[in-house]
Write a protein that binds this ligand. Structure first.
Ligand SMILES: Nc1nc2c(c(=O)[nH]1)N[C@H]1C(S)=C(S)[C@@H](COP(=O)(O)O)O[C@H]1N2
Ligand SMILES: [Mo]
Length: 408
């Protein structure tokens, strides 16, 4: 993976929360900060002045923490009561730089090769759009979401809670396409998707390409998506065409999808073979370690995050079951001593979606430790503790995700 911190500004952890102006100022770099006249601008204008990279220039800079040009995190306080995450607030993670925007000029001409089916075929996106369509709402979450909470300083982007969002994908179910092609060839065990980035010269393609394999069982829910939140899929999020595996970690949702193959073995690309493998501290990644596939149950509080006025307080958050449906969420205001069941807000958008939740609490003046704990429909409860692992993957421990609230 790319190093994700650049040297021009401190990591988000060093910045005071609730100071978007300061954050934007830092993002703009020293040169911009020194420019006369900016001091008089409203916060909006500051955000615009901060200039997100061009391929994400349409995004809401104030809702995002820019870790690097390829790594944008949704601020914890931007989620609010979000049933769906607005596209312009959704996190972005590119292991390689996004392809040239020229690939978006004529999306329906984008081509995809399907291999490992009884008949192999190349389809244009225009053709795919005639074969079938479905809309699935699912949580998109990076494997490293919550990495910031690992005390050993796991390398990689120091995501807190914002490498996640809940979005609606529209596209053709992969199983319908497979049916058209006479079924999956015998002996195939994995679905292997290949990203369409142009790879830099002089490097072993396998060491850098984004190619991921997931178990064939994911065929049940896999989608080839060309829309996100009812709009054509943007370049930032993998347009013109993306593989979506609802319930699986972000990395398996291959953007700029060029090839989809049913394969006997997992790809030997580095991102699969040694990347995204859960192992003990100090251990190198290897194919026999668990891969970041199915997401477990998780939740976190989104509001309030720092302070509240004494009296009745509504505590909000988001919760999801990952590959399973969510069944309930509990909230504690005393760091996990006593729990109360929260109410799920809004409509149930299916097993892969997150649900905002709310709990009303009477809070007197003082300090509180707010934590939330979700349970999926298999009875699996979000654990208290993280499982320490070299790269800081898959953190769903509720304790580290808590917030300390001052009520005055
Ligand atoms: N082709 C391609 N697909 C990719 C990636 C990438 O770098 N290239 N990054 C993966 C990772 S690690 C994550 S977390 C998600 C992020 O999706 P988003 O940028 O739409 O939020 O895309 C995944 N798919
Ligand atoms: Mo990721």
């Amino acid at each position: 993976m790319n190093p994700t911190h650049n040297t021009s500004h401190p990591p988000a952890s060093a910045e005071g929360p609730g100071s978007p102006q300061r954050r934007q100022l830092l993002l703009g770099g020293a040169g911009l900060a020194a420019t006369a006249g900016l001091a008089g601008l409203a916060p909006r204008a500051w955000a615009q002045a901060a200039e997100l990279p061009e391929y994400v220039g349409w995004k809401d800079a104030q809702a995002l923490i820019m870790h690097s040009a390829n790594t944008l995190e949704t601020r914890r306080d931007a989620i609010g009561r979000g049933i769906l995450t607005p596209s312009d607030q959704l996190f972005v993670r590119n292991n390689l730089s996004a392809p040239d925007s020229a690939i978006m000029a004529s999306p329906d001409d984008w081509s995809l090769d399907i291999l490992g089916t009884t008949r192999s075929q190349r389809f244009t996106l225009g053709q795919l759009k005639t074969l079938g369509v479905e809309t699935v709402v699912s949580v998109l979450q990076c494997s490293g979401n919550g990495r910031k909470f690992f005390p050993h300083g796991a390398s990689g982007t120091q995501w807190e809670t914002g490498a996640a969002g809940c979005v609606a994908w529209t596209g053709v179910p992969l199983r319908e396409l497979v049916r058209e092609l006479g079924g999956v060839m015998e002996g195939m065990n994995y679905i292997t998707g290949t990203g369409g980035e142009t790879l830099p010269d002089g490097l072993d393609p396998k060491s850098i390409m984004v190619e991921r394999s997931v178990p064939l069982a994911a065929l049940e829910q896999a989608l080839l998506a060309w829309e996100m939140n009812d709009e054509p899929l943007s370049l930032a999020h993998g347009g013109p065409l993306r593989l979506v595996i609802p319930g699986y970690f972000g990395v398996n949702n291959v953007k700029y999808l060029r090839q989809l193959a049913f394969t006997r073995e997992q790809t030997d690309a580095k991102i699969q073979a040694s990347g995204y493998r859960v192992r003990d501290l100090g251990v190198e990644g290897a194919p026999d370690q668990p891969s970041m596939w199915e997401m477990p149950v998780k939740s976190w509080i989104t509001s309030p995050l720092q302070s509240a006025v004494a009296g009745r307080t509504l505590i909000y958050g988001v919760a999801f079951g990952g590959v399973h449906a969510l069944s309930k969420v509990e909230v504690s205001v005393d760091g996990g001593e006593r729990w109360a069941e929260a109410r799920l807000l809004g409509p149930d958008l299916g097993r892969f979606a997150w649900r905002p939740f709310v709990l009303a609490a009477e809070l007197a003046t003082g300090e509180y430790r707010l934590v939330s704990r979700a349970t999926d429909d298999q009875g699996q409860v979000q654990p208290r503790d993280r499982v320490d692992n070299e790269r800081g993957y898959g953190h769903n421990g509720w304790q580290d995700h808590g917030v300390t609230l001052t009520v005055a």
